[in-house]
Design a protein around this ligand. Structure first.
Ligand code: GAP
Length: 442
């Protein structure tokens, strides 16, 4: 049987995530903290697989991409140069009656305050979304720092360091996965808009006359990534920004949008940033970030094409995209139909009796040593164990029974089709390796 796509509410996903150890509210035992989350064991594995798939997708035939890990804090000078001190704000409005605060560009006020219904608001003010802090004990302008609102700036300020130390030539890319922080006025929709989140960004440095072609190239390359991780491509679309929507740094920008239950929303931004960032940092730091072209014997400021996606937003997208409800032998089940390469646990071992634990433990160790994530699931009926693994998206369940002792075979059960296959136990690792390459089947 094949599970069909099911639409699921955000509330159902939030509760599944907590119940099964994907995501918890941060500081849960103290009541949680708005827009900030902790990731449990399964969530951590899922995030690792997301990063792994993204890293693999950096491979391309246009030039090398090297990775860096920049600091989370940077001095005010960096954020002045990048335009974030001046321009990284959202318009904010308060209800004078109930004191609720809203983003004025993102809220429908036609029926009054969305919280209390009254029509008594403050003026709209700009609210800078960066978290500001001080280094050391002295309060001075020189000690002012900000938590980074995007990972990109660490890449721009290190552009020359990388160019001169990493044996790369133009065109090339610098990539970074790491935390970013934004004091969002209204964090919402669970992992969609958070205050502490993670980005995976690629900054592609190239000659100015090639930047439009590279924008086209990166859009195609990024779309291939979504296909590779099994996202339903009918739910993905590209939308080019209108002039008035463009961020302060962008000459052009396209959003990769996903059709969430709350509408088509940005999943990733792919931007033509021109020479904006390198020029700004050259002006503000006094260090020339231009590149010398050996052929033309002239210096030029490279252009940048950027791909920027949130790990957490992609995590949420994968949950929505994979969620299925169906029936197996008259019993309802919930399935997360992740692609095998994305699923937090690849294989669950199910010994059919306590006595069989020893050979199962051996197989489990061998599979883990081969690099797969695995669990041993011993409690409850076999049906219950399957349901438990379906709900966390485990693509393969392996049962070991008394016959296995004689014929040295195990039964592998496929999550999506529920079909079972008997294979020699010593071929299990090769079997799993082959399956990992396959596209999602449900
Ligand atoms: N360097 C460009 C940049 O940061 P952005 O459109 O502001 O561009 C890029 O952010 C991506 O980061 C978004 O497409 C989204 O996936 C993710 N993102 C941004 N703000 C987020 C938030 N508050 N919570 C979760 N993810 C966020």
């Amino acid at each position: 049987m094949k599970s069909s796509e099911t639409s699921v509410s955000l509330e159902t996903l939030v509760s599944l995530c907590k119940r099964r150890g994907f995501v918890y509210p941060a500081a849960d035992i103290y009541g949680g903290i708005n827009g900030i989350y902790d990731f449990g064991p399964l969530g951590t594995l899922l995030k690792k697989n997301i990063r792994k798939a993204w890293l693999a997708s950096l491979e391309n035939d246009r030039g090398p991409i090297v990775e860096i890990e920049g600091s989370l804090l940077a001095p005010e000078a960096v954020w002045k140069a990048s335009g974030h001190v001046e321009g990284f704000h959202d318009p904010m409005i308060d209800c004078k009656n109930c004191k609720h605060r809203f983003r004025s560009d993102d809220t429908d006020f036609s029926k009054g305050c969305p919280s209390c219904g009254k029509n008594d608001f403050t003026d709209i003010r700009n609210f800078n979304m960066m978290f500001k802090t001080q280094l050391g004990a002295l309060e001075s302008a020189a000690a002012t720092c900000y938590l980074r609102p995007e990972t990109a700036q660490a890449i721009f300020v290190n552009f020359k360091n990388v160019l001169t130390t990493a044996r790369v030539k133009m065109p090339f890319g610098i990539a970074q996965a790491g935390k970013a922080f934004r004091n969002e006025i209204t964090p919402k929709q669970f992992l969609f808009r958070m205050r502490e989140f993670e980005q995976m960004e690629i900054e592609w440095f190239c000659k100015p006359e090639t930047s439009n072609d590279y924008l086209t190239f990166w859009i195609e390359h990024r779309l291939a990534f979504y296909k590779a991780i099994g996202i339903n491509t009918e739910k993905i679309r590209i939308r080019e920004h209108e002039k008035h929507e463009l961020a302060h740094y962008a000459a052009r920008c396209v959003d990769v949008e996903y059709n969430f239950p709350f509408g088509w929303k940005e999943l990733e931004g792919i931007a033509h940033r021109g020479a904006f960032d390198l020029t700004q940092h050259t002006t503000h730091s006094g260090k020339d970030l231009a590149v010398f072209d050996e052929e033309t014997r002239e210096s030029y400021m490279p252009h940048v094409v950027e791909s920027s996606i949130g790990v957490d937003r992609l995590f949420l997208t994968l949950l929505f995209d994979s969620y299925r409800e169906d029936e197996v032998e008259g019993e309802k089940r919930i399935v997360l139909a992740f692609a095998p390469s994305i699923a937090p646990i690849t294989v669950a071992f199910m010994p059919l009796a306590k006595k069989l634990s020893e050979p199962v433990e051996k197989l489990y160790r061998a599979v883990k040593e081969a690099g797969f994530t695995a669990q041993i699931d011993e409690s409850g009926s076999i049906g219950k164990r399957y349901r438990r693994q379906d709900e966390i998206g485990t693509p393969f369940c392996v049962t070991y029974d008394f016959d296995s002792e004689q014929d040295h075979c195990v039964t592998v059960r496929d999550r999506d089709t529920t079909k079972q296959e008997r294979i020699p136990a010593d071929q299990l690792i090769d079997y799993l390796k082959n399956q990992m390459k396959k596209e999602r089947t449900a």
